[in-house]
Design a protein around this ligand. Structure first.
Ligand SMILES: Cc1cc2nc3c(=O)[nH]c(=O)nc-3n(C[C@H](O)[C@H](O)[C@H](O)COP(=O)(O)O)c2cc1C
Length: 491
């Protein structure tokens, strides 16, 4: 049984291991639940959960998990509307495309807000089901438009931690406090071609307009994912922006990485060059007096020991969990990567061009995925998810939305984007959904190809897979045992 969102009895010690948020749906509820039930912090990815939930329902909701969570949503009529819109009891006929979900704008329609709220509720509800451990949810500040309503949905399910990376979460402490009181919130959104400092552009969420009145909600702890001492110190300096802790993430971590400081420097292979300026000063972090966790190549017993010795509360690990049984990564991709690792044939590249966000993104080489230039060249650009679109001011002063991975003509001619922005970009929205077995179907039997991300350090994955005879995925509990052999098991 899930505990009431407002009931929090004794305060717990901070977790030693955080299983990092991995989007899209790589750290889904199954993985987070396994880690949380083992007494650590399991984190679900909050990215694009609207699309993930709508697609799971269109696939017939195998196992009935989404419907079980929907049945627990506090306002049944709202959950019913989502079900009525997307649920297909027999799933989709082979080859039929998924019904698309409206794209986010500064004024998201009520149906999209409801879907996002409900989807975030379901993911946290399922991750918390059947144990008393803590659960977190991860958002990327760069993908700001859904954040207010997504946080509200996660809080309705009693989420314990919100972890925010890819930008400054300075507005989040106040936002979470207001949502806990069910007050309306506004989150500023950077709009290209304008100064964002005027505060004109914000995305709003009104819990009362969405659900009417209700009891106060538990305010989750906020962990800011940072790659710089300055950002951490700036956030900690003001009570209004101070998070409850930090995840200090280095540039070897999987997923997106912070760009290097200083002038842009790249290796001949096009990878960003990091140097001393990108090393976070742990003495300075410790001096801020807030708990912190180290992330990026920390996934080993030595990583955990040295983090604790440096005064950290523990470590955040992603890559080792990404290839576990409970991760949402498509089983065939897990097996392919694990087989390749067994023969030593895997590389990870930090690609500065691939992500429409402009942040470096780690791409693992895997046959049949977008890491293969041939597979990338065969894809016809289409933008039908739009999670990475940025608002921009159009010539007539109104706000438009564009993504450098959308069709060229649209981006360059209709939306005035810069040609220099589009080289090498890939549609991460479609590719990351394909990686978790939710690929969109296109005409003539074409299926959207996947992209796989992982950190530079694959040694834990290698050790774990070599300990098995069959090069098959290993349970998340094996990762925890590997990281912390002396851990206490929880019921
Ligand atoms: C497959 C994958 C997806 C990731 N996606 C996200 C994400 O959506 N948001 C985020 O803040 N971090 C993301 N990360 C980073 C992890 O949360 C974590 O900080 C990182 O993996 C730790 O370093 P490691 O990869 O060396 O274990 C991702 C990592 C991986 C491997």
């Amino acid at each position: 049984m899930m505990t009431s969102p407002t009931a929090r009895s004794v305060s717990r010690p901070p977790p030693k291991i955080i299983q990092g948020g991995m989007g899209v749906a790589v750290s889904g509820w199954r993985l987070a639940r396994a880690v949380s039930a083992a007494g650590h912090l399991g984190v679900v990815s909050g990215t694009a959960l609207d699309v993930v939930c709508a697609r799971r329902l269109q696939d017939g909701d195998p196992g009935g998990h989404v419907r079980r969570a929907l049945a627990a949503f506090p306002v049944p009529a709202v959950a019913q509307r989502v079900l009525d819109t997307y649920f297909l009891p027999a799933g989709r006929p082979t080859g039929r495309p998924y019904r698309t979900v409206p794209m986010y704008t500064l004024q998201p329609p009520a149906v999209l807000q409801e879907l996002t709220m409900v989807a975030n509720f379901c993911e946290v509800y399922l991750a918390k089901e059947g144990h008393g451990g803590v659960v977190g949810i991860n958002y990327l500040r760069k993908i700001g438009l859904p954040i207010p309503v997504a946080c509200f949905g996660a809080m309705l399910a009693g989420v314990d931690y919100v972890l925010v990376g890819a930008g400054s979460p300075a507005e989040l402490p106040e936002l979470l406090g207001r949502l806990a009181r069910r007050d309306g919130v506004a989150l500023s959104v950077r709009t290209q071609g304008t100064t964002s400092a005027d505060g004109t552009f914000a995305v709003r969420c009104s819990p009362r307009a969405l659900l009417g009145a209700g009891p106060p909600l538990h305010r989750p702890q906020l962990l800011a994912i940072v790659a710089s001492t300055d950002l951490a110190a700036g956030l900690a300096a003001d009570p209004a922006t101070r998070p409850d802790g930090f995840v200090v993430e280095g540039p070897t971590a999987g997923g997106h990485n912070a760009p290097p400081r200083g002038p842009r420097r790249v290796t001949p292979e096009g990878e960003p060059v990091y140097d001393d300026r990108d090393t976070v000063d742990l003495d300075a972090i410790r001096a801020l007096g807030l708990p912190f966790w180290l992330a990026g190549s920390q996934g080993s017993p030595e990583g955990l020991r040295s983090a604790l010795a440096a005064g950290a509360a523990g470590i955040q690990v992603g890559t080792a969990f990404a290839f576990s049984t409970e991760s949402g990564l498509a089983d065939r991709l897990k097996r392919q990567v694990l087989q390749d690792l067994a023969t030593g044939d895997v590389s990870v590249r930090t690609d500065w061009r691939v992500s429409p966000t402009g942040f470096p993104f780690k791409v693992l080489s895997a046959t049949g995925t977008l890491s293969d230039p041939q597979v990338a060249a065969e894809r016809s650009p289409v933008c039908d998810i739009g999670a990475l679109r940025s608002p921009f001011r159009q010539a007539d002063g109104t706000i438009g939305y564009r993504c450098p991975a959308e069709p060229r003509r649209m981006y360059l001619e209709r939306k005035g984007g810069r040609a220099a922005n589009i080289e090498g970009r890939r549609c991460l929205c479609n590719a990351l959904l394909a990686a978790v077995d939710l690929p969109q179907q296109r005409p003539h039997g074409y299926e959207e190809p996947a992209i796989v991300t992982a950190g530079d350090d694959l040694s834990a994955v290698t050790a774990l897979v070599r300990s098995r005879a069959d090069a098959a995925p290993y349970p998340a509990s094996a990762v925890i045992d590997h990281l912390d052999p002396a851990r206490e098991h929880r019921a």
